[in-house]
Design a protein around this ligand. Structure first.
Ligand SMILES: Nc1nc2c(ncn2[C@@H]2O[C@H](COP(=O)(O)OP(=O)(O)OP(=O)(O)O)[C@@H](O)[C@H]2O)c(=O)[nH]1
Ligand SMILES: [Mg+2]
Length: 317
C-alpha cells in the first residue's frame, strides 16, 4: 500500500465513562449504613494539538484507531472515580481535520500550541448515593458510564503558505529556497535530496512570509504534493536550463500540478529558469507566465526574482 503521509484517515474514540458504584457504608457502630457508592469518572478526550516537532502525518500511519483512556468506576465513601487521561494527537500546524462521514471540517490548527477536542470522553455513571429517596433508603441502583464519542477523521496537512517552490528533481529548488529565505535546506547533486516538504520563513518589511521547499514532482509524490501546496498563493516553478527542452519540462509540471488548480484554487505562477550559467544563448519559452532566468550558483537574477515575489506577496498581505 502506498502510504500518504499528508492525508490520513484515523478512527478516534473518547474514553468510556467509569461506572457508578453500588455500595453501603460499613461502620462498626452502623452495620446497616446508607448508600455510599460514588459516581464514575469521565472518559478521556481526544485532543489534537499543533506541534512544531512535526512536519508530516507519518506518525499516524501505524494507527487505525486511537482511543483515550476510560474513566475509573466510582468508589465507596461517596468518592468520585478518577477521570481517564486525555489522549493528545500531535500534528503539524496547517493540519485540517475533517469528519469523514459528514464531509465537514471539524477544525483547522494554524499555529503551534493550538488545540482542539475532537472526541469527548463519555460521562461517568451515577453511584447509588444519587438514588436514595425517602421511600428507598438502600437503593441497589447505579448507572453505567457512557461511551465516548467515536469519529472517523481525516487529517490533511495543507498549510497556508505564501509560495511553494516546485519542479522536477535536481533543478535547484532548495538552492533557490536558500537564496530567498536565507535558510539552510540540504542541497546536493542527486535527485530527491529533499524528501519531505519543509517550510522556511523570511521577514520582509515587518511581515513574515512562508516558503515551502518540496521534493521533486513525479508519479510517487504528485498526489500528496497537490495536497500540501493546495493553499499556497504562489507557485514558483523551477526549470533546469542545463537540461534540454524547457517547454517539455514546464508542460510536465503544468499537466501534473498547475492544471489541477486552474478552476477552484487559482494561484499565481512564476517560472524560474535556473542554471543559466550552463548554457549560452537566448531562452525560448513561449508561456504566459512571468519568467526569470537565474543562476542561483552564481547569484545571477536571484535578487530580481526575490524582490518581485516579495513585492507581489506584500500586495496580497
Ligand atoms: N551550475 C549550477 N548548478 C546549480 C545551480 N543551482 C543549483 N545548482 C546545483 O544543482 C544541484 C541540485 O540543487 P538542489 O538545490 O539540491 O536541487 P533540488 O531541485 O532541490 O533537488 P531535489 O531536492 O533533489 O529535487 C546541486 O548540486 C546544486 O549545487 C546553478 O544555478 N547552476
Ligand atoms: Mg531539494
Amino acid at each position: 500500500m502506498k502510504h500518504n503521509h499528508y492525508s490520513i484517515t484515523v478512527e478516534v474514540e473518547g474514553g468510556k465513562g467509569g461506572d457508578g458504584l453500588i455500595s453501603f457504608r460499613h461502620a462498626p457502630h452502623q452495620p446497616r449504613g446508607g448508600p455510599d457508592g460514588g459516581d464514575g469518572g469521565k472518559g478521556g478526550n481526544i485532543i489534537i494539538r499543533a506541534d512544531s516537532e512535526y512536519h508530516s502525518l507519518s506518525h499516524l500511519n501505524k494507527q487505525n484507531i486511537i482511543k483515550a483512556n476510560n474513566g475509573f468506576p466510582g468508589n465507596s465513601k461517596k468518592k468520585h472515580g478518577k477521570n481517564g487521561n486525555n489522549t493528545i494527537i500531535p500534528v503539524p500546524a496547517g493540519t485540517i481535520i475533517y469528519n469523514e462521514k459528514e464531509r465537514s471540517i471539524i477544525a483547522e490548527l494554524r499555529n503551534n500550541g493550538e488545540e482542539k477536542i475532537v472526541a469527548q470522553g463519555g460521562i461517568g455513571g451515577k453511584g447509588n448515593i444519587n438514588f436514595a429517596t425517602s421511600t428507598n433508603q438502600a437503593p441497589r441502583k447505579a448507572t453505567p458510564g457512557k461511551d465516548g464519542e467515536k469519529k472517523n477523521l481525516r487529517f490533511e496537512y495543507s498549510p497556508i503558505i505564501d509560495a511553494a517552490v516546485i519542479g522536477t528533481a535536481n533543478t535547484g529548488k532548495s538552492s533557490l529556497i536558500a537564496a530567498i529565505t536565507g535558510g539552510k535546506p540540504v542541497i546536493a547533486d542527486y535527485p530527491f535530496t529533499t524528501k519531505e516538504p519543509r517550510l522556511w520563513t523570511l521577514t520582509y518589511e515587518y511581515k513574515r512570509f512562508t516558503f515551502m521547499d518540496t521534493p521533486p514532482v513525479d508519479d510517487e509524490t504528485v498526489d500528496y504534493l497537490l495536497i500540501v501546496i493546495k493553499r499556497a498563493k504562489f507557485l514558483i516553478v523551477v526549470l533546469d536550463e542545463g537540461k534540454n527542452e524547457l517547454l517539455k519540462q514546464f508542460e510536465y509540471i503544468e499537466d501534473r500540478v498547475i492544471s489541477h488548480f486552474r478552476n477552484t484554487l487559482r494561484k499565481e505562477i512564476i517560472v524560474a529558469i535556473n542554471k543559466i550559467d550552463k548554457r549560452e544563448g537566448p531562452i525560448n519559452l513561449p508561456i504566459g507566465y512571468p519568467i526569470f532566468p537565474i543562476s542561483v550558483k552564481y547569484n545571477k537574477g536571484t535578487n530580481l526574482l526575490k524582490s518581485y515575489i516579495l513585492e507581489q506577496l506584500c500586495l496580497k498581505k
